[in-house]
Write a new protein. Structure first.
Length: 68
């Protein structure tokens, strides 16, 4: 699987933002660009799994663990 590179605070923020965006999808049924709220799936997934592919590409690690 992917190496963990997302720290605890970073994960919590990603999960909250992801859930807020997905909630916006259901709370605004008349919005013209309502589907854009579904972008919240990305931060939610990276927060749940603890791994971000963009962090991997940029060499960023907010997790306290050392990468090999």
């Amino acid at each position: 699987m992917f190496a963990k590179n997302v720290g605890t605070i970073d994960r919590a923020v990603r999960i909250l933002v992801g859930l807020a965006l997905i909630a916006g999808f259901f709370m605004n049924p008349d919005a013209s660009l309502r589907w854009l709220y579904l972008i919240g799936i990305v931060p939610l997934a990276t927060g749940v799994f603890g791994s971000c592919w963009l962090y991997t590409l940029l060499g960023v690690n907010t997790c306290g663990l050392k990468r090999p």
